[in-house]
Design a protein around this ligand. Structure first.
Ligand code: SRM
Ligand code: SF4
Length: 519
């Protein structure tokens, strides 16, 4: 148990989530799944149904009663064609209800799932090495890493092994780990291994950015550690430097373990809006927090290399054909409109990965898919394939850069429909304008900001407003989000714009701020 002078005297009334976690740990429902499947969802204890099952990645969707979303874990957004096919088969069982989404944490969520099938699904997962454990509620979310780790020509550190090790430590190799199933709140970790910050690490609770020790180019490679980034309905913040450099070895796993332990033992469990890591860092002060992490690790940390020194400006979206660092091989990024697809699409992606690549598939935080390891000699044939026409490698500019959270179709927090609207608006505006600038559009259905509107050039955050005496769906508009070397969060520039007026409003913004020219 970690202690700290600055938070020792904290007096707080624990929030209601803490009460139910103390009664029964979320992970405990793992042993009750057969019973739950027999009982049926309507007979379940309400807290098990709406709360604890999320510890296993099983999310009841009140918007579609009796149907569940299954959130997986995909370290680095990597999976095999075999896994993709199993996931497609599961989705296919649910007919019109079955579909899937690539998430903003380069992960997959399956939809339409029935509770009675979960024990069988988990058995299949086990055989295939798929896990959904600890992917929701007060747990560490999917750990993100460059989607082109191990294959990018400009890579500095291949993060795949480390991301996997961090996940295995946190989840006990996918079996579930009671050490980290009762954190004060959700937690995000990201490891970037190239000069390009492809996973916008600054919005994570812990992120690792490549850095040469002491800033000496060509010296020992490791990571600078930044901490405390998060979005929430009441407050959004970029991560701040911990002033720590770690080598690219098991020290990464150990510092994650130490920070999680400090957070678990010292983090506030009072007002739920003030329980993310940043609040603890501020309460303790960065120096005391850093010292607590060192104490927990049993070693002192080296000072950070000059901040962000080797991170590039901006970032690519990985769409299109790219030569890999392995001579003669290419990766190809396919655009999945707002990340939404169906069983048939998933089967096709699995087939393409096997026929043209080596069966590997990667997912991006822009909600797209990458097929790596395609030989030069097979590229032409690959590009002629029907799914590559459907999931274009070079979509129109705004469609290409639209990202969206789930929205009201499946999410009960949503104040607006997002995915269809995001895609339709981008299509309409692409038809009207020539746009040279790379304008990234991010949509999110409520202030939780799952669609990250604050990292976008133009961000849309769902709300409601009154128009002509009626309540209508609307958005607050954010602008100025930057990713990469000069990462900064966008700011709200307009409030409660009715969605029905958006086409004109965004058309003006595109012309005034991004040089769009009417066709
Ligand atoms: Fe999220 C809750 C969807 C990324 C901040 N998020 C939810 C829930 C689970 C709410 C619910 O139970 O319905 C949403 C499930 C809807 C559904 O059916 O899909 C949901 N969040 C998503 C996804 C699927 C959006 C997407 O379409 O891609 C993303 C899943 C990522 C994953 O694979 O694990 C997703 N959520 C994010 C991100 C972005 C990120 O991580 O880069 C954020 C902001 C970053 C952060 O967390 O600091 C985010 N989600 C939240 C929050 C606000 C957290 C807070 O501290 O207040 C909530 C609400 C909560 O936790 O109380 C939330
Ligand atoms: Fe749901 Fe809101 Fe997250 Fe969108 S931002 S998925 S509406 S919780």
């Amino acid at each position: 148990m970690v202690t700290s002078p600055s938070v020792a005297d904290r007096v707080e009334k624990k929030n209601k989530f803490e009460k139910y976690k103390a009664e029964k740990d979320g992970l405990a429902v793992k042993d009750e799944l057969d019973k739950f499947a027999e009982m049926g969802w309507e007979a379940l204890d309400k807290t098990d149904l709406t709360g604890r099952l999320k510890w296993l990645g099983v999310f009841h969707r009140p918007v579609t009663p009796g149907k569940f979303m299954l959130r997986l874990r995909m370290p680095n957004g990597a999976l095999s064609s075999h896994k993709m096919r199993i996931l497609a088969e599961i989705v296919q069982c649910y007919g019109d209800d079955g579909c899937a989404d690539v998430t903003t944490r380069q992960n997959l969520q399956l939809r339409g799932v029935r509770l009675e099938d979960i024990p069988d699904i988990f058995e299949r997962f086990k055989q295939a090495g798929i896990t959904s454990i600890q992917s929701g509620m007060d747990n560490v979310r999917n750990i993100t890493g460059s989607p082109v780790a191990g294959i990018a020509a400009n890579e500095l550190i291949d993060t795949q092994g480390l991301v996997r090790k961090v996940q295995d430590m946190i989840t006990n190799n996918g079996e579930g780990n009671y050490d980290f199933t009762n954190l004060p709140r959700k937690f995000n970790i990201a490891l970037e291994g190239s000069r390009e910050d492809s996973i916008h690490s600054e919005i994570n609770d812990i992120a690792f950015l490549p850095a040469f020790k002491d800033g000496v180019e060509g010296g020992e490679l490791g990571f600078n550690v930044i901490v405390g980034g998060f979005f929430s309905a009441k407050r959004c913040d970029s991560a701040i430097p911990l002033n720590a450099w770690v080598p690219a070895d098991d020290t990464v796993v150990e510092i994650c373990r130490a920070i999680l332990t400090v957070f678990r033992d010292l983090g506030s469990r009072g007002n739920r809006q003030q329980t993310r890591l940043m609040w603890l860092i501020e309460e303790m002060g960065l120096q005391e927090f850093r010292a607590a992490v060192e104490k927990q690790m049993g070693q002192s940390l080296a000072s950070a290399a000059p901040e962000n020194a080797i991170t590039d400006e901006g970032k690519s979206d990985h769409l299109g054909v790219h030569a890999q660092k392995q001579p003669g091989l290419n990766y190809v990024g396919l655009h999945i409109p707002v990340g939404h697809f169906y069983a048939d699409d998933m089967f096709e992606i699995a087939r393409l990965a096997e026929v043209y690549g080596n069966g590997e598939i990667r997912l991006t935080v822009e909600q797209n898919v990458i097929i790596p390891n395609i030989p030069d000699s097979r590229l032409e044939a690959f590009l002629q394939e029907a799914p590559v026409q459907k999931f274009s490698i070079d979509p129109s500019p705004l469609v290409r850069r639209s990202v969206s959270c789930t929205g009201s179709r499946f999410c009960n927090f949503a104040l607006i429909e997002t995915k269809q609207r995001a895609h339709a608006l981008a299509q309409e505006l692409d038809a009207l304008f020539e746009i040279d600038e790379k304008v990234r559009l991010h949509w999110t259905g409520c202030p939780n900001s799952c669609g990250q509107p604050q990292v976008a050039d133009i961000g849309f955050l769902g709300t409601k407003t009154r128009k002509d005496g009626k309540t209508v769906e609307a958005v607050d508009i954010y602008m100025g989000g930057q990713v990469g070397k000069h990462a900064q969060l966008g700011e709200r520039v307009m409030k409660a714009v009715p969605c029905e007026d958006l086409k004109e409003v965004v058309a003006d913004l595109l012309q005034e701020k991004f040089g769009a020219i009417a066709k």
